[in-house]
Design a protein around this ligand. Structure first.
Ligand SMILES: [Zn+2]
Length: 429
């Protein structure tokens, strides 16, 4: 039976750090159990944690005696490129903190329920819209301050902490600055750049950097864990460019493969201005369709649940007031759903742009005769033809056009405008 860290692909260093921290967190609990009157366990382990960080690597290995607190702290940030496993790492660490053995064994109830998302003391914030609002954060911080019902830790995992609004960030900062003794915050963000996470929050957190896993490591886990045939696993791992979740989808979902093929057909289709605009429309519409399909089921379920909760169709005394309140709640739900749909569209479009960037990167490396494996083995011949026709400069300009489009959408340029500009640039070179 694999432990909770088994799904963290190619992140040995980070896993090592987290195992040590989990072991010392368990030691803190043991120490507190021996001397239940010391309420200062929290302060104690903060001081020790600073010491441990100063001492650097070479701490207690598996099985060695651990100081309570060494390597453990109240707030963590997991950073790394999309798909590197930030949230996987945070959840695994949360499980290890709740593990009865303090190791993340993967088998005890603490590990099980955390990994299944049902542990009473682990709260998971997955932003569905474009940002995490202040109300959501305040409610979360409040609940996180309560005593852990399982007697271990209150763990709050915030995926995409870079999507905190400023006010939500401030609410979180307050909690991190004066953490309740048994509360641990785990944030996930692309990087510790001030655009992603505020400098003050960053200064209170310990950072666990994750790297883009090597294609071989991704292929290995697809084959071992998901039973994907080795050659398919290798192809998918390369095509996904180190994104583990994307690699799994490509290996297992025929629709994901079809969408990718449509995206990679774009360079061939750019034969003129009209074709460029057509390609832009096709790309946008494909992203919209993909996003709509991905949120439709959740939307319908939520709406049905809310309508049931509101007792739709009720009559009698007070029904008019209830209906007015219900209208407001339905409106809120629609707003949330719209925000989620926008986010899903952007994510789908971004995946397409990453695939396209991979194609032009292949053309560039071929033009430079660089000894690196292509991202897309199945369009390598086409990329090779492009390399001959465009030269390195032309391939680089096209790659830059794709990256600029991503950056523009990230900076809130209307996706259609950004994609049209990109297609024209790709056609003109
Ligand atoms: Zn366990």
């Amino acid at each position: 039976m694999p432990d909770v860290f088994a799904d963290l692909v190619g992140q040995d260093e980070a896993v090592d750090t987290l195992r040590r921290a989990a072991a010392s967190a368990a030691a803190v609990l043991r120490a507190a159990a021996v001397a239940p009157t010391t309420d200062a366990a929290g302060d104690e382990f903060d001081a020790l944690a600073e010491e441990a960080e100063g001492a650097g690597a070479g701490g207690a290995g598996a099985g060695a005696a651990v100081d309570p607190g060494a390597g453990m702290t109240h707030a963590w940030i997991f950073t790394g490129p999309p798909g590197s496993g930030r949230s996987v790492a945070a959840r695994a660490f949360a499980a290890a903190l709740q593990c009865a053995y303090g190791t993340g064994c993967g088998q005890c109830p603490g590990c099980h329920t955390t990994m299944a998302g049902t542990h009473a003391d682990v709260r998971l914030v997955v932003p569905e819209g474009l940002s995490i609002g202040v109300n959501e954060m305040r409610a979360l911080v409040l609940r996180a301050a309560s005593t852990p019902s399982g007697g271990r830790w209150q763990v709050v995992v915030i995926e995409d902490a870079d999507r905190l609004t400023e006010a939500a960030g401030n609410a979180l900062l307050k909690a991190i600055e004066e953490p309740p003794p048994r509360t641990v915050f785990l944030l996930c963000a692309p990087s510790t750049h001030p655009d992603d996470i505020s400098v003050t929050i960053r200064s209170r957190c310990r950072v666990v950097p994750l790297r883009q896993p090597a294609a071989e490591a991704v292929a290995e886990v697809l084959a071992r864990r998901d039973g994907v045939a080795p050659d398919v696993a290798q192809w998918a791992a390369a095509a996904a460019q180190g994104h583990v979740g994307r690699a799994r989808r490509l290996a297992r979902d025929p629709e994901a493969r079809t969408r990718r093929e449509a995206v990679l057909a774009v360079p061939r289709r750019l034969t003129g201005v009209g074709a460029a605009f057509d390609a832009a429309s096709a790309l946008i519409e494909a992203a919209e369709a993909e996003a709509a399909a991905s949120v439709a089921e959740t939307d319908a379920t939520e709406r049905a649940a809310l309508e049931t909760a509101l007792g739709a169709g009720g009559t009698g005394r007070g029904a008019a007031g209830a209906i007015r309140g219900a209208a407001g709640q339905l409106k809120d739900l629609e707003k949330r759903q719209k925000s989620r749909a926008t986010r899903a569209q952007r994510d789908a479009l971004d995946r397409a742009l990453v695939d396209l960037a991979g194609f032009y990167r292949d053309a560039l490396t071929m033009a430079l005769r660089a000894p690196v494996a292509p991202v897309h083995t199945d369009t390598a011949a086409l990329a090779g033809a492009g390399a001959q026709k465009w030269d390195a400069e032309g391939a680089l300009r096209r790659l830059e056009a794709v990256l600029e489009c991503r950056a523009a959408i990230e900076a809130n340029v209307k996706p259609r405008i950004a994609v049209e500009a990109m297609m024209l640039a790709l056609w003109k070179g």
